[in-house]
Design a protein around this ligand. Structure first.
Ligand code: C2E
Ligand code: CA
Ligand code: CA
Length: 624
């Protein structure tokens, strides 16, 4: 073997050593900067190369090449070269060649290569005889450059195979960087999701979920330390009216200002949370009844000073309810219920604050029992999907249905939603309930689809569902589970839920709509919304509330309201569904007023979804 061949073999061997050591570094890497440093070290320490420099392309006007890591040479020395990848920099030719060719470049005849002006000085000083440079391609773009220099005799350094091996190292490194960056992005996204689950997006305060968890911790701590703590529930009086007068954007500003002011009264070890649109809770550790009352007084007095919202002076009043642990309960749900009950009692009796008084105890115990029963009902599938068809007035064809929940209680028989939905909303169980309904809805739509029938099932969403930023992801998940399509499902939202109009609810509505789901405004006419307000929302249809529909025959004014609602809705491109269509006379009337769809007992009462085939074969209505 000739000398030079032996030397070439050594060169490849060292490159391979670097490659395998580099892979070990990659596997362990958790931090990008650390990875870059370790890689440079491996090249110099394990490979015996003279220098290794990693620089990234700066996309600013200067197109500089900041040094991210180096070994075998001081960083300050590299920085002093002042390398760039600018086209008008005569010293950047070699660098730009690596970038544009996206392949490794070598310079063996170092000192005579005019393109290497930049390093000649430095090279001479460091005794470097040859250099090679490799592009780091991340996400399809050249992110940076790896420079490796050697002190070998020029003719022996960076042969074809060595170069290919080192380029493989550069590729692995680029892949490692990409992986770390993806991981970092995932972590950031996860953090955001976690944040949204525990924080209110408008005020940046902890939300109900977080308060509940903290409350459970506080109960444990209080038991250990044998100390009491207080839970204060504050509700702004007549916030809805204020919101109406101010408009929603300013209403939001007021809530932000209010939350900031309240924060200043909360003890350092305490917690202020936003529980609902205009409801806040304070957890005050170590407080007895007197401490809690004093705190409530300070908060109420703190609100006497009017708020200045964009030059408007706004006065607000609030009511506070107080519950103390352990005196009023040692479970978080019970404490919330009781602070809430005291707050409502205060409002009703026009007092600013009240401490929970024991009289509602029996009722609370009963309610708590029902809560745990309902939770069980959801888990053990005592819920049933009922189905009420909708028919197109013009063609008399079945065009969809509404999903209505029923609780088939083992002892009490079928319970109507009016008896448990409000409680589910107050306790947060509505999230599980809605999830159950949407899953059952997709399962049912899947079954229909298998039978060759595609028609939408409208599921009811509560205001609380819209406060849950994870709702949309859950819906996507269920849709994927059943291979569903947006045409399979619609969502009904009551007018009042839409009026709450928080940043989160807007986001949820927007995402659902962009996913292709039709959104319907439920119980239209019972809230305060105007059509012009609805026009700003991504809704597709109105459901005129049944109270109007049923009164329409006997009351001229109501008929006029229905007529103009239909006209105006059509003018802004919304379809109109009438609910509570109980008889032929109402049907005919609606038909002449131009409503699009009808739902009600005249067509069918709600029935268990699995009876659909049976119903269809015996009813006069047919599929389009
Ligand atoms: P809604 O969304 O307005 O549903 C229509 C209600 O009117 C249903 O009551 C239905 O049974 C009843 N109905 C239908 N046709 C007629 C009729 O011709 N005449 C009369 N008098 N009533 C009729 P239901 O099933 O008791 O539901 C009551 C409310 O409970 C619903 O009102 C809805 O707000 C809520 N709800 C039902 N299921 C769910 C659910 O899965 N999730 C949520 N969040 N809410 C639900
Ligand atoms: Ca509905
Ligand atoms: Ca309704």
């Amino acid at each position: 073997m000739s000398d030079s061949a032996a030397q070439g073999g050594i060169a490849i061997e060292r490159a391979l050593r670097v490659l395998s050591a580099g892979n070990r570094v990659l596997i362990r890497a958790t931090d990008e900067m650390q990875l870059l440093n370790d890689m440079c070290r491996v090249i110099v320490d394990i490979g015996g190369y003279a220098v290794a420099v990693l620089s990234y392309l700066d996309h600013g006007e200067q197109k500089s090449l900041p040094t991210m890591a180096c070994a075998g040479i001081e960083k300050a020395v590299v920085e002093a070269w002042g390398g760039t990848w600018r086209a008008d920099d005569p010293r950047s030719v070699f660098i730009r060649r690596t970038i544009t060719s996206r392949s490794p470049q070598v310079s063996l005849v170092f000192s005579s290569d005019p393109d290497l002006l930049l390093w000649q000085e430095a090279a001479r000083r460091e005794g470097v005889t040859a250099i090679s440079q490799y592009p780091l391609i991340v996400d399809g773009e050249v992110l940076g450059l790896l420079l490796i220099g050697t002190r070998e005799e020029e003719s022996l350094a960076f042969g074809e195979r060595e170069l290919a091996t080192l380029n493989e190292l550069a590729e692995d490194l680029a892949f490692g960087i990409e992986t770390l960056r993806i991981r970092a992005r995932h972590e950031a996204a996860e953090q955001t999701i976690r944040r949204m689950a525990y924080w209110d997006s408008l005020t940046d305060l902890p939300n109900r979920t977080q308060l509940k968890e903290k409350l459970t911790e506080a109960v444990t701590l209080a038991k250990q330390a044998k100390r009491a703590f207080a839970l204060l529930m504050l509700n702004v009086d007549r916030f809805r009216d204020i919101n109406e007068v101010l408009g929603y954007a300013q209403g939001d500003l007021l809530l932000i200002a209010l939350s900031q002011r309240l924060r200043s009264f909360v003890p350092e070890d305490g917690l202020l949370a936003r529980m609902g649109v205009d409801e806040f809770a304070v957890l005050a550790p170590g407080s007895n009844v007197e401490d809690a009352k004093a705190l409530a007084r300070r908060m109420l007095e703190g609100l006497y000073e009017p708020f200045d919202i964009l030059g408007c002076r706004i006065e607000i009043r609030a009511s506070i309810g107080i519950a103390i642990c352990p005196g009023h309960g040692t479970e978080s749900e019970l404490l919330i219920l009781r602070a809430d009950a005291a707050m409502y009692q205060a409002k009703r009796s026009h007092r600013e604050m009240l401490v929970f008084a024991g009289d509602g105890e029996e009722k609370d115990r009963g309610r708590l029992a029902v809560i745990s029963e309902l939770r069980q009902a959801i888990e053990t599938s005592q819920l049933r999907l009922y189905y009420q068809p909708k028919v197109e007035l013009g063609t008399r064809t079945i065009c969809g249905a509404e999903a209505l929940v029923r609780w088939e209680h083992p002892e009490r028989g079928v319970i109507l939603p009016g008896h448990f939905i409000p409680m589910a909303e107050r306790t947060g169980l509505i999230h599980q309930l809605t999830h159950w309904m949407i899953n059952a809805g997709f399962a049912w739509a899947y079954h229909l689809n298998e039978a060759g029938i595609t028609m939408p099932l409208a599921v009811n969403l509560s205001a609380r569902n819209l406060e849950d930023s994870r709702l949309v992801d859950r819906i996507s998940g269920l849709m994927a589970t059943w291979g569903g399509r947006p045409e399979w499902m619609q969502f009904e939202l009551t007018e009042s839920a839409l009026m709450e109009d928080t940043a989160c609810s807007q986001e949820v509505l927007g995402r659902l709509s962009r996913m292709g789901f039709k959104l319907l405004v439920d119980d239209f006419g019972t809230g305060y919304s105007s059509l012009s307000y609805l026009q700003r929302l991504p809704v597709d249809a109105l459901k005129i509330d049944q109270s109007f529909v049923r009164a329409m025959l006997s009351d001229d004014d109501t008929r006029t309201i229905v007529r103009s609602t239909v006209e105006m809705a059509h003018n802004i491109g919304l379809e109109v569904v009438a609910e509570g269509v109980e008889n032929r006379a109402i049907w005919d009337q609606l038909h002449s007023l131009g409503a699009d769809f009808a739902q009600g007992w005249y067509i069918s009462e709600p029935f268990p979804a699995e009876q659909f085939d049976n119903w269809r074969s015996t009813s006069p209505w047919h599929l389009g």
